[in-house]
Design a binder for this molecule. Structure first.
Ligand code: ATP
Ligand code: MG
Length: 565
């Protein structure tokens, strides 16, 4: 694991709680946390916040952090998710050493706890249907009704529960419930279900079990069995805390993890629930979990985000109780800051326009020099070939430019970055369509490197590539996946998919890039001059180059900060 600079980590209310616990000796003298995903989808940037928090706190206090899969729902889970989650946590820079656990490892132990609860008169087998259980449950304003099976004898309960395990009853016909309080103002305490019958093959225990513990039973006990001192979770579990405390108490477990809730991360223009992300994948709205438009860790990785930028983002957003939505431009700002320091520069022309430099000797090639990264002069220079025919960006030329257009136009001179001043002397059009096919320019040999000895200034600078050296590439440009800041803001009868952005992906297939980029391998990141930060995609193969734009250069977050917004 790369060492985390804990000094930079800001302080928040969870630190206050832990400091107090350490002072009073409430958690012993150690801190032990865990990241507990359900393996029913890929991790997203919200999970990254939880991962950074749990592993970060353990590191700060010299404690430990486990990775535990809360795998209690076999019908939704898969090894594909188990594998991807481990890959993503590692990639983010965290290490659980030998502390990889599964709630399913505790199934036998959890069953024993359930039997103990029955013996203590704290749990009973209930024959109501799921629908009936819901009806009996009552509402926030009305107490629930007791199940007619609530007062079965211990012997009958033990017998039925054993037979549930033995597979004597059909799925859904019976459940084991905690006997707590049907009139509790907290609905979670109204005799919650602890076990259900479900004939589903589990990705780890196979067909060994046909009853599975509910999350609310397995989760607190798994924490306790692992000796977790601080069980950090998101606010929607606040209402479950009394139930978790009841479970721990009733099962007479020694360890008492302290649950601390924090507000989950929401990002503008983004959906974060796994259910919705799965819907996008399964419905073919995106190409997969690692589609570069997805807020998943694997999507962000493919897009070109670095673990450092994601960790920096998680640090900057802080930890609080109050729910808020973070501006996605902050995430984009973090990757720009990171890559500005690290990414080599290159020139890439996304929509090429041919330029012939009439007075440049035919067949001549000059290898011009430019910084690999001006932020790191020690990296030295790269060589860029210049020749008689170059390509510039279509956008960098206008035949009849408006007042505020400073780039190339007939009769006007601009700088080709790192190369020469060139002046447009002619525009050639397709006779039939009127489309501009090429420009003719002259260059000033006295301006080598892009600077004029006589102090003559030009207003525009363009990037370019040499026609005979450039490498063809496909470039994928992205916009937000949704058109609305809050994708769930929809008209009646619609769902979040109604806000999908039809322009979220634009594929440009005839881009031309600097020859040095022919060697790029998937995952390599660059700043393409004036176009943004890009990452070579795994689709680059057999000589075909594909680049994803991570972000354009314009930093709307930094701009808003400057403007004091
Ligand atoms: P989702 O609601 O997106 O489907 P989940 O909470 O069901 O996610 P889990 O696999 O149970 O997903 O999550 C593992 C851990 O990550 C939990 O402790 C959960 O609180 C935390 N987590 C999930 N989403 C977020 C988020 N948006 N921000 C912060 N933490 C999150
Ligand atoms: Mg969950």
């Amino acid at each position: 694991m790369e060492s985390l600079n804990t000094e930079l980590l800001s302080s928040h209310f969870i630190h206050d709680i832990i400091n107090e616990d350490l002072k009073t000796g409430k958690c012993g003298s150690k801190v032990h946390t865990r990241f507990p995903p359900e393996p029913n989808g890929y991790l997203h940037i919200g999970h990254a916040k939880s991962i950074c928090l749990n592993f970060g706190i353990a590191a700060q206090y010299g404690g430990l952090c486990n990775l535990r899969f809360d795998d209690t729902n076999p019908s939704k889970e898969d090894v594909e998710y188990v594998d991807s989650i481990q890959e993503d946590v590692k990639w983010l820079g965290f290490d659980w050493d030998d502390r990889l656990f599964y709630a399913s490892d505790y199934f036998e132990q959890l069953y024993a706890y359930a039997v103990q609860l029955i013996k203590d008169g704290k749990a009973y087998v209930c024959d109501l249907s799921a629908q009936e259980i819901r009806e009996y449950r009552g509402t926030l304003t009305e107490p629930g009704k007791e199940s007619p099976y609530r007062n079965r004898t211990v012997e009958e309960n033990l017998d039925l529960f054993e037979r549930m395990r033995a597979g004597e009853f059909p799925d859904g016909s019976r459940v084991l419930r905690a006997k707590i309080d049907m009139a509790s103002p907290n609905l979670n305490l109204r005799d919650p279900v602890l076990y259900r019958i479900q004939r589903a093959t589990h990705h780890r225990t196979g067909d060994k079990w046909c009853i599975y513990p509910m999350y609310d039973f397995a989760h607190p006990l798994s924490d306790a069995l692992e000796g977790i001192t601080h069980s950090i979770c998101t606010c929607e579990f606040e209402d479950h805390r009394p139930l978790y405390d009841w479970v721990i108490e009733a099962c007479k477990v020694e360890c008492r993890p302290r649950q601390i809730e924090f507000a989950r991360l929401n990002l503008s223009y983004t959906v974060m629930s796994k259910r919705k992300l799965r819907e996008l994948v399964e419905g073919g709205y995106v190409e997969g979990w690692d589609d570069p438009r997805m807020p998943t860790i694997s999507g962000l990785r493919r897009r070109g985000y670095t673990p450092e930028a994601i960790r920096d983002f998680c640090e900057r957003i802080g930890v609080a109780k109050a729910v808020s939505t973070v501006d996605i431009s902050l995430l984009e700002h973090c990757i720009r800051e990171d890559l500005n320091k690290r990414a080599p520069r290159a020139m890439a022309v996304l929509r090429p326009l041919k330029v012939i430099i009439d007075n440049y000797p035919e067949g001549q090639v000059e290898w011009l020099e430019a910084d690999i990264n001006p932020e790191q002069p020690e990296l030295g220079k790269r060589k860029i070939p210049f020749s008689r025919i170059v390509y510039i960006e279509q956008d960098d030329f206008m035949e009849n430019p408006p007042k505020n257009f400073y780039r190339l136009a007939p009769g006007r001179e601009i700088r080709l970055q790192h190369a020469y001043y060139v002046k447009c002397v002619d525009v050639v059009k397709d006779e039939k369509t009127g489309e501009i096919v090429e420009l003719h320019c002259t260059y000033d040999p006295e301006t080598r490197g892009g600077w004029s000895a006589d102090g003559r200034k030009v207003k525009g600078t363009s990037h370019w590539v040499s026609a005979s050296h450039a490498v063809r590439a496909e470039v994928r440009l992205y916009e937000h996946l949704f058109t609305r800041e809050n994708p769930d803001d929809v008209k009646e009868g619609e769902d979040f998919k109604a806000n999908l952005n039809p322009n979220s992906l634009q594929v440009l297939t005839s881009c031309l890039v600097e020859p040095s980029l022919a060697e790029a391998v998937p995952g390599d990141r660059f700043q393409f001059l004036r176009q943004g930060y890009f990452c070579a995609d795994p689709d680059s193969r057999d000589g075909k180059m594909v680049f994803n734009r991570i972000v354009p250069l314009r930093d709307s977050w930094a701009k808003a900060q400057k403007a004091g917004k």
